[in-house]
Ligand binder design. Structure first.
Ligand code: ATP
Ligand code: MG
Length: 437
């Protein structure tokens, strides 16, 4: 532990793990004011800048690999961010947008703290499916904020919606829906006055632009706080007027794609821990988004005929209305007379990330499919003991597009499953009840 004296305006930059006790005076960090007798912590590998607003004395405890350094005022954007946050009326909905690694999550925390200091009831929605700070990767997660935070990582998701993938490419309309659903929930169930939404850094390209534009058009936020480097957000914000622009902190470190992947993989394990191998009866808890097993099993001659007709080796077949679901030796999507045939290769399920969902479509917990016994309609799923305990509340199990290996590391994005899911989603208008007659 070391103590430091700070003059008003002095800025320190710290990389955690660290604990800072304010002994005298007042310190400003991430939109919150800490006066003497209070303290704040900085998580491992997270960086932030803090500033003395009065003459201050602090004591600092640094953990392994932590760093504390004095910053020159021109290296930091604290004042610019503070005046931006002060200028917005946070009553209502505020969306934070920007590219990756520009400080979106930090800005979200700044705004949440600010709203809190104004006596508002605050909820945060983290819509970053790749690098979610409050919930598991592949989710959009929401939580209430009741005391100042230095990082979104300090809070745990209270409500999540499973998005099936770490990227919103091709499925972004579902994110718009999920964010809308969580805003409504925060407003109604939590009576939140201020809802702050953090977004993913997917902003370039036509599809990304369309996503963000649609999101803003649907959510109709009261404010947008945009962290901008150059003109990268111009397309998205063209028709939007309530925008406050800020610059990213110059000293921000960038993370490689590999860093991000490793971070996610640690998260999967964390959310599936302590891991249990659970046998799920698919008659009771069906797959939400795959019609397999929901209809009548086809046996004997029927199965053999079907096999010949589609020229594939079929191990299991199930008919639901005009859809024929088969476990075969390949992925199949084709028409057969008035039937639509969907084929899944035997073992297709191994390692797929799944979300166990409740009746309202909220996530109960993540899991990983180990095996499905097709004829017995039983799935063996790895999940945390917490998820297992809540399983009786589950409505269905949504199959994701990410395949993990035995160590819960990302192995592939299963494109055929995504295509199948997009098809049934389009048929049903929404995913709820996809495949049901
Ligand atoms: N003032 C600062 N000086 C230096 N580094 C900072 C500062 N503020 C935040 N950082 C660090 O910069 C990185 C990016 O910040 P943050 O996570 O808020 O950005 P982001 O846009 O949400 O990133 P991502 O795209 O990964 O979600 C983090 O590692 C954070 O600890
Ligand atoms: Mg972030």
């Amino acid at each position: 532990m070391r103590t430091y004296s700070m003059e008003p305006g002095d800025i320190f930059r710290v990389e955690g793990p660290a604990k800072i006790d304010v002994l005298e005076g007042a310190i400003y960090a991430v939109g919150a004011l800490y006066t003497s007798g209070s303290h704040f912590t900085v998580l491992r590998a997270r960086r932030l800048a803090f500033k003395a607003v009065d003459k201050a004395k602090i004591s600092v405890v640094l953990g392994p690999n932590a760093v504390l350094e004095r910053a020159r005022p021109e290296e930091e954007v604290l004042d610019e961010w503070e005046s931006a946050a002060s200028s917005v009326d946070l009553n209502g909905v505020t969306v934070v947008i920007g590219a990756i690694d520009v400080g979106k999550s930090t800005m979200t925390a700044v705004l949440a703290n600010k709203a809190l200091s104004r006596g508002l009831r605050v909820a945060v929605i983290d819509a970053d499916v790749g690098q979610n700070d409050i919930g598991p990767p592949t989710t959009i997660s929401a939580s209430r904020i009741v005391k100042p935070i230095t990082s979104l990582r300090q809070i745990q998701a209270e409500k999540s919606v499973f998005m099936q993938s770490t990227s919103l490419e091709r499925i972004w309309p579902r994110a718009v829906e999920a964010i809308g659903k969580l805003v409504l929930y925060a407003r109604q169930a939590w009576s939140a006055d201020a809802v702050i939404i953090n977004t993913d850094g997917w902003i370039s390209g036509e599809e990304a632009e369309e996503y963000k534009k649609t999101l803003l058009a649907k959510i109709k936020p009261n404010n947008v706080v945009a962290i901008r480097i150059g003109n990268e957000l111009d397309g998205i914000l063209a028709n939007f007027s309530n925008v406050v622009f800020v610059r990213p902190p110059p000293a921000v470190g960038t993370r490689t794609k590999e860093d991000r992947k490793i971070h996610r993989e640690m998260s999967y394990a964390r959310f599936i821990f302590p891991v249990r191998e659970v046998s799920v009866d698919l008659n009771k808890t069906p797959l939400c988004n795959i019609g397999l097993f929901k209809g009548l099993d086809l046996e004997g001659e029927f199965k053999a005929m079907l096999s010949r007709a589609i020229n594939a080796k079929i191990t299991y077949a199930n008919q639901l209305g005009s859809a024929l679901y088969v476990i075969a030796d390949q992925w199949i999507t084709r028409k057969l007379n008035s039937f639509k045939v969907f084929g899944f290769p035997e073992g297709f399920e191994k390692g797929l990330l799944v979300g166990v969902e409740d009746r309202d479509g909220f996530l109960i917990g993540l899991g990983v499919l180990k095996k499905i016994y097709y004829d017995r309609k039983k799935a063996v799923v790895y999940m945390s003991s917490r998820t297992e305990k809540a399983l009786q509340k589950a409505a269905c199990i949504r199959v994701g597009f990410i395949r993990l290996n035995d160590n819960f590391e990302e192995a592939e994005r299963v494109v055929q499953l995504l295509r199948y899911d997009l098809y049934t989603y389009a048929q049903n208008g929404t995913m709820r009840g996809a495949g049901s007659a």
